[in-house]
Design a protein around this ligand. Structure first.
Ligand SMILES: *Cc1c(COP(=O)(O)O)cnc(C)c1O
Length: 366
């Protein structure tokens, strides 16, 4: 038996008939962009997050980029303003900042949750700091009560990167409803994944929602009347229809991921493996199950021999990428160590109990 990292075909197979039916409905409708499928999905996803507004866009990166862009259009941010971002994140979080001519200020994470350490934020703040961009990395909500308190005390905007954390919550309040706005990705491999590219932003601010509604469509809401220099970033009807089907299954799939994570946490006893820290079951939706070891290459080799596929999220931090040469000389030691040691084990919602046990045995026999 071999265990694949994430079997998307089996994830989607559970709802195969419904997806095909929804697809046929869109084909037969003759309406493919900005129609009723989008409206329906936006309404259900806003409700899911507990937010007032949801606006579909082409992908997760655009959701983040357009939100910062909208704040510039609204006069809340300007070129050169600084944005606090976790140093250990997927590069998209940082690209959204630099694309807007804003300056990323990298902050180290908490060593066990891998999320932005709120205690380190104040030291990095200057008179130019205008926003915080916490990332709910691997599916665990960042320390949002503490982060929101800092933001309120200093008048900072908060944009959540919720691309990995659909449905994660603290005290019943979900990702997408903590900050001033939040960006989601529906990339196929995300917990809520389309059958292609898609993304959305959520907010409780009606003015912000209105600006994004323009920006995603050439800066225009009324045809041929352009209020802003916008872009083309829309969530297609067909993907919206797929997402409406898949949203109905998200809760059950998330519970399955949580069960697998609990089984891993109890079952993995190898002292060479550092397990993730989770504050409470509801905080984490386990987009990824990430362990750490000083001997990562050997562990990958051992698991591969045991037919278990693993991935690394992520091998190189943003400040060490060729794209960000200007930050190469920064020393961010914990982040750099984390990137050398992390390894993601399979945690797909359709994994069988036997597959989960196989992973545990293989990790323990390392
Ligand atoms: C996937 C991801 C994004 C970008 O989403 P896309 O839909 O691929 O553009 C942004 N941030 C994080 C943390 C992600 O994991």
């Amino acid at each position: 038996m071999s265990v694949s990292f994430l079997d998307l075909k089996s994830v989607n197979n559970e709802m195969n008939a419904e997806l095909k039916e929804a697809c046929a409905r869109v084909i037969d409708s003759g309406w493919y962009i900005s129609g009723s499928e989008l409206k329906t999905f936006e309404k259900s996803f806003a409700d899911y997050c507990g937010a007032k507004y949801c606006l579909g866009v082409a992908n997760g990166l655009d959701a983040l980029t357009l939100t910062l862009r909208a704040w510039k259009e609204m006069g809340k941010l300007k070129d050169g303003d600084e944005v606090i971002v976790p140093a250990n994140t997927y590069i998209a979080s940082v690209l959204a900042v630099t694309e807007n001519k804003l300056v990323p200020v990298f902050v180290e994470p908490d060593e066990r949750t891998y999320n932005l350490d709120p205690k380190l934020i104040k030291d990095k703040m200057t008179s130019k700091t205008k926003a915080i961009l916490p990332v709910h990395l691997y599916g665990q909500l960042a320390a949002m009560p503490e982060i929101m308190k800092i933001a309120q005390d200093h008048g900072l905007l908060v944009l959540e990167d919720s691309a990995q954390a659909h449905g994660a919550s603290i005290d019943g309040k979900r990702a997408g409803n903590w900050g001033d706005a939040s960006g989601f990705s529906f990339y196929p491999g995300k917990n809520l994944g389309a059958l292609g590219d898609a993304g959305a932003m959520t907010t409780n601010d009606g003015n912000l929602a209105d600006v994004i509604d323009h920006l995603r469509n050439y800066g225009s809401k009324i045809k041929y009347k352009n209020e802003f220099k916008g872009v083309n970033s829309r969530l297609d009807e067909i993907q919206a229809a797929m997402l409406s089907v898949k949203l109905k299954y998200l809760m059950a799939q998330t519970e399955r991921r949580r069960d697998i994570a609990e089984t891993y946490m109890k079952g993995i006893t190898n002292s060479q493996i550092l397990l993730p820290k989770v504050e409470a079951r509801e905080n984490h939706v386990w987009h990824l199950f990430v362990v750490r070891t000083a001997n990562r290459e050997k562990l990958v080799e051992h698991l591969t021999k045991n037919q278990i596929q693993t991935l690394i999220h992520y091998p190189i931090p943003p400040h060490k990428q060729a794209a960000y040469k200007e930050y190469y000389d920064l020393s961010i030691p914990l982040t750099e160590k984390i990137h050398q040691e992390v390894l993601s084990l399979p945690i797909g919602p359709t994994m069988s109990e036997a597959e989960v046990q196989l992973v545990i045995q293989a990790v323990n026999s390392f």
